[in-house]
Design a protein around this ligand. Structure first.
Ligand code: HEC
Length: 205
């Protein structure tokens, strides 16, 4: 028998068994959540409690892209309330440190030393500089970010806030909430702000 035919027969079998007693949406959601939970194990610092979604995340998952009217504004307002700025008031650190953090994908995995600071994996989703050989494109290119926007206090605050909690300005963003979730420290975030805004950083060359 052709592999394609076997596949087709397999699918029709699923339908015969499944279509007669179709589960409700909430039953299906519950079953999927259980299945996901059962396929992960806590290993060191990579604990299973990471699967627990907060209210904003749960809302984004439930509506996958199409939020009910007014929900985006509500999520952004609630997430804005989580923003914590450094007590020093200084939002720009050292771009060299920022570059190391942006290009590091280490941290928070069970194989990583929990005592060592995590990286930001920014390169996984963004172009950062011209020298990079490879980068991801889930997020917009950040090349020349500061050159195009300047480094005013408002831009510094926006950039810090975006990295601290991306959903404070974009509900259901695909960008991790680095400060809010305790992946990066406030100081690390100030280094990343410098990477993006300092005129001397390779981002702005
Ligand atoms: C998993 C992918 C992903 C990772 C990792 C990621 N980002 Fe993002 N980022 C996005 C997406 C998607 C957007 C667009 C949506 C938004 O603005 O939240 C974005 C937007 C941004 C913006 C706003 C851009 C603009 O034009 O206003 C900045 C700044 C930014 N990211 C910086 C960073 C930094 C710094 C890091 C590393 C600490 C990082 N991102 C890691 C996906 C990611």
């Amino acid at each position: 028998m052709q592999p394609k035919m076997i596949l087709a027969l397999g699918f029709s079998g699923i339908c015969v068994a499944g279509c007669a007693t179709r589960p409700s949406d909430s039953e299906a959601e519950g079953a999927v959540a259980e299945m996901i939970k059962a396929s992960f194990k806590t290993r060191g610092q990579a604990a299973i409690d990471r699967l627990k979604q907060d209210d904003a995340q749960a809302l984004c998952s439930r509506h996958s892209g199409e939020l009910p009217k007014g929900a985006s504004e509500e999520i952004e307002k609630a997430q804005q309330a989580t923003l914590r700025y450094p007590s020093s008031g200084k939002l720009m650190g050292d771009w060299r440190e920022g570059e190391r953090i942006a290009q590091s994908g280490g941290g928070k995995q069970f194989t990583d030393d929990p005592a060592r600071p995590a990286g930001g994996s920014c390169y996984n989703c963004h172009q950062i500089s011209k020298q990079e050989l490879s980068f991801g494109t889930i997020g917009p290119s950040l090349y020349q970010f500061g050159k195009l926007r300047g480094a005013s206090e408002a831009i510094q605050k926006y950039t810090y806030g975006k990295i601290y909690n991306s959903e404070a300005s974009t509900a259901c963003s695909n960008m991790p909430r680095f400060g809010y979730n305790g992946v990066l420290t406030e100081e690390q975030i100030t280094h990343l702000v410098a990477l993006l805004l300092d005129p001397e950083s390779p981002v702005n060359k």
